[in-house]
Design a protein around this ligand. Structure first.
Ligand code: SAH
Length: 225
């Protein structure tokens, strides 16, 4: 199937319907059968075909993770929707993403929030993501090469933090960089085992609560030095 024969607009509509169906099936994890309308609108707007390698382009709107090179993946669209929903973003929100990958999740965040800072450990992915996001006009996203376990202190605190690789333990620096009232979506667990997608909410006094616990499978958040 050649990319030019795919009707991306129609495929995208079908994908949104699948995400809506999946959201109904996971109502017990999220306490809602519907993700925020702003999240679905953002997914409908971001051209996923521009973020995947040429060979994967015909499958850009299939509700699956896809390989993006360097042993990494672009997350499943349903998971992108679920994690973005968990953050309860406002248009004024400042967001930190760990694991820029191809930049797709950053673009979805940037459609809703004011500012997105994303950190990626693989320089070639960071460079390609930055170039792609700039070309698509996402001028409210900054891409940095760095170790996500350390967050990005220069621009902290953040209203929301999203970690798109699985952490074996809760990264203390990220918790510290979350503003009071802030929310973090993070897959916790060991590589190649079932992990749980956790929502960490920090209240005005700095107390943390964890919820959601959806079973997921993410590539590992690698440990820096
Ligand atoms: N959000 C991405 C999907 C990323 S896959 C997207 O929309 O495409 C997870 C990413 O996390 C990979 O690109 C991987 O290189 C990166 N990563 C893994 N460990 C990291 C770390 N310690 N710091 C920053 N990025 C990390």
């Amino acid at each position: 199937m050649a990319a030019e024969t795919v009707d991306f607009e129609r495929e995208c509509e079908r994908l949104i319907q699948e995400i809506e169906r999946d959201a109904r099936e996971t109502v017990h994890f999220f306490g809602t059968a519907r993700f925020d309308a702003a999240v679905l609108a953002a997914i409908a707007k971001v051209p996923r075909e521009a973020f995947v390698p040429a060979a994967a382009r015909p499958f850009a709107y299939i509700n699956r993770p896809l390989a993006i090179g360097h042993g990494q993946t672009i997350s499943q669209p349903y998971i992108v929707a679920a994690m973005t929903h968990m953050l309860a973003l406002t248009p004024a929100a400042r967001v930190l993403e760990i694991g820029a990958g191809c930049g797709y999740q950053a673009a979805v965040l940037a459609e809703i929030a004011a500012e997105v800072v994303t950190v990626e450990t693989i320089p070639a992915l960071a460079e390609a993501a930055a170039e792609r996001l700039a070309r698509l006009g996402y001028d409210n996203v900054q891409v940095h090469v760095g170790d996500g376990w350390k967050g990005w202190a220069e621009a902290a605190p953040y209203d929301a933090i999203i970690v798109t690789a699985a952490a074996a333990e809760m990264p203390a620096e990220l918790v510290a960089q979350l503003a009071p009232g802030g929310r973090m979506a993070i897959p916790l667990g060991r590589p190649y085992e079932t992990q749980r997608l956790v929502l960490v909410a920090k209240d005005a006094e700095g107390n943390l609560t964890e919820s959601v616990n959806l079973p997921v499978a993410f590539v590992p958040l690698v440990k820096g030095d």
